[in-house]
Design a binder for this molecule. Structure first.
Ligand SMILES: NC(=O)c1ccc[n+]([C@@H]2O[C@H](COP(=O)([O-])OP(=O)(O)OC[C@H]3O[C@@H](n4cnc5c(N)ncnc54)[C@H](OP(=O)(O)O)[C@@H]3O)[C@@H](O)[C@H]2O)c1
Length: 256
């Protein structure tokens, strides 16, 4: 996820490669990041936190307390620290970092192709300028919404886990196409492009999906027949239940 952010920031020209500093304990991995993106390497996390005006913590959640303890002595009142670790609360960041400005963010894997959905929660000390910088950071790999931290489990259940639900939908649509006689590669392409196109219509036309759906479902036509089948088999209910179950699991995992 950290590398996806690096790629997006450079591609969107939010930062130049030489303005990005990476800290990575594994030497081969560090050299590969520097080689691939022309970014600079910090000696370690302390060196990075001392030099960077914005620090993104992109390690696994269980490694976060260790990294926070390392950078605590150098993260001062002018440091902006953004954690993308799932399930790690702002309170834990605040416990270790007594003065830094704090942000918690939850991106998702489509950030790898510049289409991530990120939710951010503002923590202690965050200024208007900090907010603008953080939004630019995540907008470089997709788009961003602001939520209260209490809703981060719901974000995990919807957009965090959501790509996997949609992959399942794409696979099933393609299977339907194959069953109807389409070659597999054509079916997969049509299914994925249909999901992408429908999503862009919702986002770009800013029209309620119900209205868009009604526009294509002509009386007695093929689409309404398909929709009737979907609803008889409980597609809407299944998706709503999936988000609820994943939200509950996220709550469980973060010990609530
Ligand atoms: N992947 C997602 O879809 C997603 C979505 C939202 C949020 N997140 C969050 O993003 C974070 C990273 O996830 P990921 O999937 O990108 O994990 P990842 O591929 O394991 O990346 C973590 C990186 O941090 C490095 N690292 C480990 N310990 C470190 C330390 N002490 N100091 C500096 N660097 C260290 C790792 O290096 P080594 O490989 O050498 O250990 C690795 O390059 C997680 O907290 C996750 O909850 C991920």
């Amino acid at each position: 996820m950290g590398e996806a952010l690096i790629r997006g920031l450079i591609r969107a020209k939010v930062l130049r490669p030489q303005e990005i500093l990476v800290s990575e304990p594994d030497r081969a991995r560090r050299e590969s990041l520097v080689g691939a993106h022309r970014v600079r390497a910090a000696a370690d996390n302390v060196d990075l936190a001392r030099r960077a005006s914005l620090v993104v913590i992109a390690v696994k959640p269980q490694a976060v307390p260790r990294v926070l303890a390392e950078i605590a002595p150098v993260a001062g009142a002018s440091s902006l620290v953004v954690s993308i670790a799932a399930g790690v609360p702002l309170a834990l960041l605040a416990q270790h970092l007594r003065k830094a400005h704090l942000v918690r963010a939850m991106p998702n894997t489509p950030a790898l192709v510049g289409e991530g959905a990120t939710a951010v929660s503002w923590g202690r000390g965050v200024t208007t300028a900090d907010k603008a910088f953080v939004r630019r950071l995540f907008d470089a790999v997709g788009s961003t919404v602001e939520v209260d931290e209490g809703l981060m489990d719901a974000v995990t259940g919807l957009s965090g886990s959501g790509p996997a639900y949609v992959f399942t939908v794409i696979q099933a649509l393609a299977d339907g196409g194959v069953q109807a006689g389409l070659p597999r590669s054509a079916a997969l392409h049509l299914a994925a492009q249909t999901v992408l196109g429908a999503a862009r219509m919702v986002l770009e036309l800013r029209v309620n999906p119900v209205q868009l759906r009604d526009q294509v479902a002509s009386p007695g036509g093929t689409t309404i027949r398909g929709i009737a089948e979907l609803e008889q088999r409980g597609l809407s209910g299944a998706l709503i239940a999936a988000v609820a179950a994943a939200t509950a699991r996220s709550r469980e995992l973060s010990g609530k």
